[in-house]
Design a protein around this ligand. Structure first.
Ligand code: NAG
Ligand code: NAG
Ligand code: NAG
Length: 740
């Protein structure tokens, strides 16, 4: 090629030298080159200018005398040939002829055409994969003249192939020339660049060759592989569940993930382009094969997973089930609760189809049956039937009844009295079922009695059951505890309490006894003196004292509840029977005292009627009256040899009919009681009809009528001591006894 160019240069120089030497006039061509390269489509101007000539005339032609395609424009001393656009027809040697007067000058310039307007293009036969041969094509489009073209392909800095296209073009045309290299990329190639460099070796004078370069990053691919699926929570699911499936796939570039579902016809239905596929509220129809595909430009890799979504069976729960122990009278609510059914329908019945005896209420997915108050009619097996769609479920609950509402009641037949039998009853009210009841009675730790009611025919009713026992309490029982324990031990029924108990602390009474009255100073008193009567009584609890006075009809008139009954100054009317009663819960004990208030006898008058001197045969009445003492306390006596003889007197009067001499003598009237005595004496003188013998002894004429008790008593003692010829002392009391 350079050889050819030299030839062209040679011709041009010769022409130029001819004209320059022969003429003084000078012609210049612009561009001032023997040859220019013009690219197809460009605009080229050739300017010819003459110097040293006033009015030159220009003419343009090609050396081959082919037609000029361009337009000529002359302006004074210049002429311009414009070829716009330049095409293959314009490739010529152009001659500009200048005529100036007689002189004729010529200037030549060669225009050569080329086409090299586009950068090379790099194509890969397939996306490059590590280890897989790939053909890289570098093509240079619309190039001319391609025999001057050189294409070089480099990988990074390393040349892979260089090619030129030396066969000359057969016709003037733009062609696309390309270079192919086949190679197998390696891992090291990742990130390197493919460079395609096209060089068109055309030179006008010293300009460099034209170079176009295209660089393409070598993207090395790895086909998707190791595609894996992780399923959370499981591939076996229930209707309504959610599942998340994450898919990963290795490759370069990172594979795009596609999730699809395999349809019945085998086609895939795209679901998501995300790595994680989340399916919520799944239904049975969502069962099937899910496909994850990882793909990138060089391939795809699939993985399948089979999901099984089980149809969810609706459930029925009955509560509180499966059985309930209900206390008679309480309120019981049975609840039938449905899950996983959109519109269930409910119905309630008893197993034996008896009336429900309750209120049914629907609350969303629940139905309640309220038995309030629960009674014996409700002791059934209740069934709740639920229909959901085509399916039907039934759940049952047994309602069992019991009644054990209160603690046992302990009752005593009466107060506890030491030694007296008493009946304790322990009563358990409103119990059911009473045939399961057991009652035990304890005294302290030891059992006294127990009773079961098994033999009782159990009827559906609340019954009151009781245990009774009789025992004899003693004082030692006081403080002990009586326990009544009732048990309803139905193990198969859940209720509380299953036992109840009551306790009672024993307090044993002792009836009043040893009731005693202490009279101070004495129960027989002189009027006006004071007396204290104190009553005491033993018993448990300590008896209460009640003093009463016995009335003449025998009734008691209460006086005082004080132990001591005091009289500061007694009167006769205070005499009588006083009753003291010791009273407590266990009984009454009574004691009585006879209070005697007396006055000492006084104002005794002893008289003889008609006179104390009578004759034999006369009737004489000796009479004794005392101012304050009843006649019964008046004793008439007559002195005899051996002492005094008590006379039979009536109302204090003694009558002597036909008095004898022996009736003469000393008569004495005595009135005495516990508080004193008085004596009166008189001497009856009876004169005989035949004799007048006076046998009255003056010694006995002494009259005693002392008002003072003690003086009288002393007097009497002196008197009796002397006159009765008695030895030593004399007891007034004994004397009275012998004579009363
Ligand atoms: C993919 O996930 C992103 C967020 O993780 C979300 O915004 C997008 O909508 C999802 N696309 C599909 C098709 O599910
Ligand atoms: C009776 O009791 C009172 C008070 O205890 C006492 O002052 C009085 O002396 C008592 N009288 C007699 C007669 O005992
Ligand atoms: C009982 O005794 C109290 C004081 O000990 C006295 O105040 C009261 O009057 C007495 N009652 C009778 C009815 O004697």
């Amino acid at each position: 090629m350079p050889k050819k160019m030299f030839v062209i240069f040679g011709v041009s120089n010769i022409l130029w030298m001819v004209f320059a030497v022969s003429q003084a006039i000078k012609v210049d061509m612009f561009p001032d080159k023997s040859k220019i390269f013009a690219q197809i489509g460009d605009s080229v101007s050739l300017t010819c200018s003459a110097t040293g000539c006033e009015s030159p005339s220009f003419s343009w032609r090609t050396q081959m005398d082919s037609p000029l395609n361009g337009k000529v424009r002359n302006e004074g001393t210049t002429s311009t040939l414009i070829m716009d656009p330049v095409s293959f027809e314009d490739e010529h040697q152009y001659l500009c002829t200048v005529i100036c007067g007689a002189a004729k000058l010529e200037k030549a310039i060669r225009v050569e055409i080329y086409s090299f307007s586009k950068d090379p293009e790099i194509h890969l036969s397939s996306p490059p994969e590590v280890g897989k041969p790939v053909t890289v094509t570098c093509s240079v489009p619309e190039v001319y003249p391609f025999e001057r073209l050189e294409i070089e392909l480099l990988k990074g800095n390393h040349p892979m192939k260089v090619q030129d296209f030396l066969e000359p073009s057969e016709k003037k045309a733009q062609e696309t020339k390309s270079l192919d290299v086949t190679f197998s990329p390696t891992d090291e190639d990742i990130g390197t660049a493919l460079v395609c460099q096209a060089t068109l070796h055309i030179y006008d004078d010293d300009s460099p060759p034209k170079v176009r370069k295209t660089t393409k990053e070598l993207e090395v691919y790895i086909s998707p592989k190791d595609t894996a699926i992780s399923v959370n929570p499981s591939t076996r699911l229930q209707e309504g569940d959610s599942v998340a499936m994450a898919c990963t796939s290795a490759g370069l570039p990172a594979p795009r993930i596609l999730w699809s579902k395999k349809l019945d016809n085998g086609n895939l239905q795209l679901l998501s382009e995300n790595a994680t596929l989340t399916l919520i509220s799944m239904r049975a129809e969502d069962s099937g094969i899910y496909v994850c595909e990882g793909n990138n430009p060089v391939g795809k890799d699939r993985k399948e997973v089979k999901l099984i979504v089980q149809e969810k069976m609706f459930t029925v729960e009955i509560s509180p089930g499966p059985q309930i122990a209900a206390q008679v009278g309480d309120s019981v609510v049975l609840t039938c609760d449905v899950r996983d059914c959109e519109s269930p329908s409910f119905s309630w019945r008893t197993q034996i189809d008896s009336p429900l005896n309750g209120k049914v209420r629907r609350e969303g997915s629940k139905s309640t049956l309220t038995l309030s108050p629960v009674s014996f009619e409700n002791e059934h097996f209740y069934l709740c039937t639920v229909i959901c769609g085509q399916k039907k479920l039934e759940k049952g609950i047994q309602v069992e009844l019991y009644s054990f509402p209160s603690d046992p009641e302990i009752e005593m037949s009466g107060p506890l009295v030491n030694g007296n039998p008493v009946t304790v009853s322990c009563k358990v009210p409103n119990v059911y079922p009473s045939d399961r009841l057991e009652i035990e009675l304890f005294k302290g730790e030891s059992i006294m009695m127990n009773k079961i009611f098994l033999e009782d025919v159990s009827k559906k009713a609340l019954e009151t059951k009781s245990l009774e026992m009789t025992f004899i309490p003693t004082v030692e029982d006081t403080g002990n505890v009586l326990v009544c324990l009732a048990q309803l031990p139905i193990d198969e029924m859940e209720f509380e309490p299953k036992q109840r108990q009551s306790t009672q602390i024993l307090y044993v009474n002792v009836a009043p006894r040893d009731t005693a009255i202490l009279v101070s100073p004495s129960s027989i008193l002189e009027e006006g003196s004071s007396v204290n009567m104190t009553c005491s009584s033993n018993g448990l609890p300590a008896p209460k004292i009640l003093w009463s006075r016995q009335l003449s009809n025998g009734d008691l008139q209460p006086i005082s509840e004080n132990a001591t009954l005091s009289f500061m100054s007694t009167k006769i009317e205070d005499s009588g029977i006083y009753v003291c009663e010791g009273i407590n819960q266990a009984g009454i004990s009574r004691k009585e005292v006879n209070l005697i208030i007396q006055v000492a006898p006084k104002d005794i008058q002893l008289t003889a009627f008609p006179s104390e001197r009578v004759k034999e045969g006369d009737t004489v009445i000796i009479s004794c009256i005392c101012g304050n003492v009843p006649p019964t306390l008046i004793i008439l006596k007559k002195k005899a040899e051996t002492g005094y003889i008590v006379l039979k007197s009536t109302g204090g009067a003694y009558t002597i009919h036909r008095a004898q001499l022996e009736d003469a003598g000393v008569y004495q009237c005595e009135s005495k009681n516990e508080v004193g005595s008085q004596l009166r004496s008189l001497t009856l003188d009876v004169k005989g009809r035949e004799s007048n013998k006076d046998y009255f002894s003056p010694e006995f004429l002494v009259l005693y009528c002392a008002s003072a008790l003690i003086l009288t008593a002393i007097g009497m003692i002196i008197y009796f001591a002397r006159k009765a010829n008695m030895t030593g002392s004399y007891s007034l009391v004994e004397a009275q006894r012998t004579k009363v």
